[in-house]
Design a protein around this ligand. Structure first.
Ligand code: ADP
Length: 920
């Protein structure tokens, strides 16, 4: 025994007042092999404080102590440490007392007179205490586990229950109250699981449950509808397992209930909303298809789609979208992928209908998941009408963009919102320069404010405005635009914009103006022609009457020589006057026809002026008017290259007019040398300014320009007063201009007129010309009478007439009747000075004869003579080698001129050849 307890440590509390007994106990236990840790106390206080201070394996207590006893100690120790064994070690105590102690919790008692029992008692007490502690622990564990289970059951969301084999609840977790409204107390031992089932299903569900019970099966998600204490229906999903006794007999079921009311309600709501959406899809007014993107199959089509495409739902559901979409399948597939990946949602396609027609559609596609699979949901709009409208708009737009008419759109305050490209051309401003501006940037300022006010009033009242703008381009150039401005009114009747359509009419206006001017001119010249014809008629009739009348008178037998002479002189004058008129008409016709040529040669202007002066001197003096001549240059310097004939004609005309329109006073003629700035500003040129000044009737200011027009006379009413056809000045003007000068008049009514004209004097070098002018007197004085001439004419009368006049200058005249005869005559008389060559001759005409003569002689002066003065005759004559040209009847003056020209040629020949050389 000693061996068994040898190594055991023992912590002992001993309550003993006797030292001897105390030692005895210690000895006994030590002897028994206990390794003692002994605490000795002698009274209540010591005992209580020792217990409170530390734990003991065992308590040994004397029965009787002064003021304290084992009953008291037992009571205290049971309170402080009930699990520590308490043994009473005493002298003899009665059996009853001992039993009483054992009843109160002491584990044993040992009599002091039998101390050898103590170690056994201690051992037994310790063993029992150990057992008791183990038992207590298992109870504690069980309690903890139950507590844990309960806690789980009570806090779980699900209702946990147990029923007996009849279905009576033996346990319910408190969640039940939140699920069906009844407390566990109301349920356990009182309710069967089927009591709360809804009446209409109670039997069915109960049977089904007991069916499972009978098979002792575990079941899951048994759905049952229950009535909540408040009357609502609660749907529970029940799962359970059977409880079996050790023999495998069913004692009950244990399980959980889950509230699935909300879940079922949500499912119902979902299915209802699904139904609703299906209905929405089916009945939606828009055409809708659901397509399987994997194969393009049409899965669903709504009623609108059926109606739109014309196929039944059944047919559509067998079709592939590629049978509707006109795109090639592989292209279409790519588009479907774009829609699936949400890269694109809007498409424009062409769709085929059941009748084969193709329509433009706009498709909005999106992917949707149905049952976990992706589909394409497409909404299809028929946009064929819109397309057509768009095409129309495009067409209109193209028309406006390419139009050569300006189109401008402004907002209602006139700010430009759009201009077509032509507007840029028209205004010179670019699109960007015009946008946002007001069209007033084009204002030229030439139209009054009222003009624009009227425009605005018209268009703001909703009416169209039409009118013409005088506008200014960016570059400052002015132009005319014909415009129509229309207000654009919205559906509420409010003006929102204005559209201006404008056409450039500058050119049209210019042409119109020209046409009007031309028309006026035509009317004017028509009037003038009538006046001219009346005038002409008078002009021609008067001399004609003179000729015929006096020719008639000449027939009278008894006329004196004087009378005859007088009559003949009248006939001559009348003839000359008529010839004048005819010459003027021929000249003006040539000028008009552009056939008047300029023939420039060197001429001495002083000599010409002197000639004219001398010629008219008698006539002027006969009117008792002073006549004077002023030449600015000395005769030796007065050479210029010009058309002598024309200068002569101009001067003659002016002098004739001066004489005609001057009755008293003087006529002055002359020229001045003037420098004029050269057009290229490099070299100053010279010009001669000729003038003819008279103290005659003068010309009204407002007619001073018109008199240079054809057929114009300063005073039409004065036609009869002074003879004239109104051609002289217009011929003069034409000639002056041909020669490179200009003509003007300065005049005052009643005081007189000065006519000025200029002629370029480009060859003037300010030096004395080296021409030999010794013979000038001869020439001027017409004292020449020793010339030799040939008259070639088949008309003997003409030849005779000419020879009579010519005899004043010639001492020898040879006649030839054909061209050949003329050539021959000249061959025989190479010293001939002049040949008068009629053009119209038999055998060989005058031109041919001239050409032949020119082959061997270039000096002889050949004058072509024609019966009719025709345009171009002179040129032809000169081309054929003639020096001059004259038309029949040859009058004395002209003959004189011819002779003078010949003589001049003879004198100036060296200088001319020199000049010709220079020119070459
Ligand atoms: P006309 O043959 O009528 O003189 P012109 O063409 O020479 O034709 O002159 C036109 C008109 O100019 C004349 O009719 C005359 O009215 C006016 N006129 C011309 N020269 C003079 C002048 N020196 N003094 C006054 N009027 C003149």
């Amino acid at each position: 025994m000693g061996k068994d307890i040898e190594s055991i440590e023992l912590k002992v509390l001993v309550l003993e007042d006797s030292i001897r007994d105390m030692e005895l106990i210690s000895e006994m236990l030590s002897d028994a092999g206990y390794n003692l840790d002994l605490t000795h106390v002698e009274d209540e206080f010591g005992f209580t404080s020792a217990l409170k201070k530390s734990d003991y394996d065992i308590i040994l207590s004397d029965f009787k102590l002064p003021g304290f006893d084992a009953f008291g100690a037992l009571e205290i120790s049971r309170k402080i440490c009930p699990e520590v064994p308490f043994i009473c070690v005493s002298g003899s105590i009665g059996e009853e007392t001992a039993i009483e102690l054992l009843k109160l919790g002491a584990v044993d008692y040992v009599l002091k007179d039998r101390p050898e029992r103590l170690p056994f008692a201690v051992k037994r007490a310790l063993d029992e205490a150990k057992k008791k502690t183990a038992h207590l622990k298992s109870i504690q564990d069980l309690q903890e586990s139950e507590h844990r289970f309960r806690q789980v059951a009570e806090t779980a969301h699900e209702w946990i229950w147990e029923v007996d084999k009849n279905g009576l609840y033996t346990y319910v977790s408190s969640v039940v109250e939140t699920l069906i409204g009844f407390s566990p107390e109301e349920m356990v031992g009182r309710n069967y699981f089927y009591d709360s089932f809804i009446p209409e299903k109670k039997e069915e569900l109960k049977n089904a449950a007991f069916e499972i019970f009978s098979r002792k099966e575990t079941f899951r998600n048994f759905e049952n509808q229950n009535i909540h204490k408040n009357g609502n229906i609660v749907i529970l999903s029940t799962s359970g397992s059977p409880i079996l006794d050790k023999d495998g007999n069913l004692t009950g079921y244990r399980g959980v209930d889950e509230d699935i009311t909300e879940q079922r309600r949500a499912e119902k709501a979902l299915s209802e909303s699904e139904k609703k959406f299906r209905k929405l899809f089916q009945n939606h007014a828009a055409v809708k298809l659901i397509i399987d993107p994997e194969n393009g199959k049409i899965v669903e089509a709504n009623l609108a789609a059926i109606e739109f495409y014309g196929w039944s739902l059944n047919e559509l559901q067998k079709m592939n979208i590629s049978q509707i979409n006109t795109l090639p399948q592989e292209v279409l597939q790519k588009e479907i992928e774009k829609a699936l990946k949400k890269k694109k949602v809007q498409f424009e396609f062409k769709h085929r209908k059941v009748d084969g027609s193709i329509v433009d559609v706009e498709v909005f596609s999106s992917s949707i998941k149905i049952g976990g699979k992706l589909f394409l949901h497409s909404i299809i709009h028929d946009i064929s009408e819109r397309k057509k409208a768009e095409e129309k708009i495009k067409l209109l737009n193209r028309a406006i963009e390419s139009s050569s008419i300006s189109v401008v759109i402004t907002d209602r305050v006139g700010t430009i919102e759009y201009v077509n490209p032509f507007s840029e051309n028209a205004t010179g401003y670019s699109f960007n320069e015009l946008i946002g501006k007001n069209p007033r940037i084009l204002k030229s300022g030439n139209q009054p404010n009222e003009f624009y006010e009227d425009l605005w009033n018209t268009i703001l009242s909703g009416k169209n405005w039409e009118g013409e703008f005088h506008n200014k381009r960016k570059n400052g150039q002015l132009y005319w635009e014909k415009a129509v401005i229309s207000p654009i009114v919205n559906s509420e009747g409010v003006v929102t914009n204005f559209v201006a359509i404008k056409e450039d009419i500058t050119e049209r206006k210019r042409i119109l103006k020209e046409l009007v001017a031309a028309k006026e001119k035509a009317e004017e010249s028509e009037k003038l022609k009538s006046a001219f014809l009346a005038n002409m008629s008078h002009e021609i009739r008067t001399p004609m009457n003179g000729i015929l009348g006096f020719a008639e008178l000449l027939k009278e037998p008894d006329l004196s020589g004087e009378q005859q002479k007088y009559f003949i002189s009248i006939i001559e004058k009348s003839g000359a006057r008529m010839l004048n008129i005819i010459n003027d008409i021929v000249d003006i016709s040539k000028i008009e026809a552009g056939q008047m040529r300029v023939e420039k040669k060197e001429t001495n202007i002083n000599e010409q002026l002197e000639y004219i002066y001398n010629f008219f001197k008698p006539e002027v003096e006969a009117k008792a008017i002073n006549f004077s001549l002023h030449c600015a240059l000395p005769v030796g310097e007065a050479y210029l290259i010009t058309d002598r004939e024309k200068v002569y004609a101009i001067l003659t005309n002016l002098v004739k007019n001066a004489i005609k329109y001057t009755d008293t006073g003087s006529i002055e003629m002359g020229y001045l040398l003037k420098t004029e700035p050269a057009s290229d500003n490099t070299r100053a040129g010279y010009q001669l300014e000729f003038y003819v000044k008279d103290t005659g009737i003068g010309i009204e200011k407002d007619r001073q320009e018109a008199i240079f027009e054809r057929f114009i006379q300063a005073d039409i009413t004065d036609i009869m007063a002074r003879q004239g056809a109104g051609l002289g000045l217009s011929i003069a003007k034409a000639y002056v201009e041909m020669l490179g000068g200009n003509i003007r008049v300065e005049s005052e009514m009643g005081k007189g007129s000065v006519f000025y004209f200029t002629i370029p004097f480009s060859n003037y070098n300010g030096k004395q010309s080296n021409i030999d002018i010794e013979n000038r007197n001869n020439e001027n004085g017409f004292q020449q009478n020793n010339l030799k001439a040939i008259i070639a004419d088949d008309d003997k009368f003409s030849a005779k007439l000419l020879s009579i006049e010519l005899s004043k200058f010639c001492n020898e005249i040879i006649f030839a009747e054909t061209g050949a005869a003329a050539v021959e005559a000249f061959g025989k008389n190479p010293d001939t000075d002049l040949i008068f060559m009629d053009i119209q001759m038999p055998e060989m005409n005058g031109y041919e004869a001239t050409r032949q003569i020119r082959q061997f002689n270039t000096d002889v002066f050949i004058i072509a003579v024609t019966a009719f003065a025709l345009a171009g005759d002179r040129e032809i004559a000169l081309d054929n080698g003639c020096n001059e040209y004259i038309s029949k009847p040859i009058i004395k003056d002209e003959l004189k001129t011819m002779i003078q020209k010949y003589l001049h040629k003879r004198i100036t020949k060296p200088s001319i050849s020199k000049m010709e050389n220079d020119l070459r």
